[in-house]
Ligand binder design. Structure first.
Ligand SMILES: Cc1cc2nc3c(=O)[nH]c(=O)nc-3n(C[C@H](O)[C@H](O)[C@H](O)COP(=O)(O)OP(=O)(O)OC[C@H]3O[C@@H](n4cnc5c(N)ncnc54)[C@H](O)[C@@H]3O)c2cc1C
Length: 408
């Protein structure tokens, strides 16, 4: 019986192992942690946004890097196939806003359990606390895998599913790149993607912990608009994070290599200038005998009020009935365009995804087999593919993992 070693017990590795074993292969899965799927466990804030139920073309449209490479994988093992597999192995799912799919229990551990069941039911030999150190090749043929304790496992084929470089405490420490480099694979530069952003302005620190809903963020490079995102964000001690910021990072990271990026936060995107002005006039009538600092509580969260007062240049103790039309216009403008300067992304270890990785030109997109080494397969985040938030990145891991498992 052909012997396959899968390196990495994350999303890609588990599905690859289960699938190869379901086809009668003898499969050994190596995971260096003491449990499977440590990264899956922290996905979706512990709820695991496991895929997205949009149609396949729509899924592909959310892939940021090397979309074309993923056609075969996405059409061979679809989002429906994944949901079906999870259901079959005991985890039912539900669909939420934006077609995001989660386990019905809201527990990421249920996704891991289903994948483990899939593997166990097909007799995958799961070896935890087992770290692959080196891939052994002789005369251009795969011989086996050397472990960190120097033991050797002989095998005919290897699937590398070691993940990227982000959140390294989950086990994704970039080992797959080392293996690939040794066998002359090209590695596209590794960069953080879906990552929080650092902000230059000092006032940002006073907002730490404040989260905002229904706001929009627009970025500019040399006065040219790059992108707008609408939704939720949060202020942190270094800058900004949260869903719209993580998505925005994918659009601006290339620009940030050279320069700072100007961003404008619209705190009231549902209102245009005229409507917002009318709304403020109403508030000012209501609070006409109060000081400016006591007139903004209907409009803004309390943490933001001192910052907006400072940036508006209107004296905080000025009585509202003395605020001039020009001052009011300045406030309107600030609410619609709060300026911030993005200096850089946070480091890769804080990124949701590693962009870059094994150059897809070295990989056959119909099988995930290396074009440089017969019998060697790469799947999941170790490849130079990545997508936006919404369940797409896990679908990449599952689809490429399945394809490798069905091709070995
Ligand atoms: C905080 C956070 C939240 C996220 N939320 C979502 C979400 O909700 N939806 C979504 O689609 N995506 C999400 N992602 C992205 C998603 O988790 C990854 O894209 C996906 O887990 C990649 O799967 P993988 O199997 O390729 O790699 P990983 O899940 O990283 O698995 C790699 C495995 O290989 C093991 N390994 C590495 N080297 C070795 C070695 N030498 N020997 C043995 N084992 C080894 C590691 O220990 C690890 O278990 C999130 C990521 C983060 C960090």
């Amino acid at each position: 019986m052909e012997k396959i070693v899968v390196i990495g017990g994350g999303a890609a590795g588990m599905i690859a192992a289960g699938t190869a074993a379901s086809r009668g292969k003898h499969v050994i899965l190596l995971e260096k942690n003491d449990k499977l799927g440590k990264k899956i466990y922290i996905t979706g804030k512990g709820r695991c946004n496991v895929t997205n139920s949009s149609d396949i073309e729509e899924l592909l449209n959310h892939v940021t890097t090397n979309k074309n490479f993923l056609y075969s994988a996405f059409y061979t093992f679809t989002n429906d196939d994944l949901i079906h597999l999870l259901n079959k192995y005991g985890t039912s799912t539900k669909v939420e806003r934006g077609n995001r799919v989660f386990p019905k229990s809201d527990k990421s551990s249920d996704v891991i359990k289903a994948l483990e069941k899939y593997m166990v039911s097909h007799d995958v030999d799961i070896r935890l606390n087992t770290e692959a150190r080196e891939i052994l090749i002789k005369d251009k043929e795969i011989m086996g895998v050397k472990l960190s304790d120097e033991k050797i496992i002989d095998c005919d084929k290897i699937i590398i599913a070691t993940g990227g470089m982000s959140y390294p405490t989950t086990g994704s420490t970039g080992d797959g790149y080392k293996f690939a480099r040794k066998i002359d694979h090209n590695i596209s530069p590794l960069k953080p993607a879906l990552v929080p952003l650092e902000i230059e302005e000092e006032w940002i620190k006073q907002l730490q912990g404040l989260s905002l809903k229904n706001v929009s963020l627009t970025t500019f490079y040399k006065n040219r608009e790059i992108h707008t995102e609408f939704g939720e964000m949060i202020f942190t001690h270094f800058g900004i994070s949260g869903p719209i910021v993580l998505s925005m990072s994918s659009y601006i990271s290339d620009y940030l290599n050279n320069e700072k990026i100007k961003a404008f936060l619209n705190l009231k995107p549902a209102l245009d200038e005229e409507k917002l002005d009318k709304r403020i006039i109403r508030d000012f009538e209501k609070y006409s005998k109060k000081q400016f600092k006591n007139a903004l509580s209907d409009l803004l969260p309390s943490k933001l009020i001192p910052i907006m007062i400072q940036l508006s240049g209107i004296q905080e103790d000025k009585y509202v009935n003395q605020i001039t039309k020009n001052e009011r216009k300045r406030l309107v403008d600030l609410l619609l365009n709060l300026p911030m300067t993005i200096t850089k992304t946070r480091p890769i270890k804080e990124a949701i995804i590693t962009s870059g990785g094994i150059d897809v030109k070295d990989i056959n997109p119909s099988t995930m087999e290396s074009k440089k080494m017969e019998g060697l397969y790469f799947t999941g985040e170790v490849l130079d593919v990545d997508a936006l938030t919404g369940g797409y990145n896990l679908q990449i891991a599952f689809s490429t993992g399945y394809l490798a498992g069905t091709s070995v």
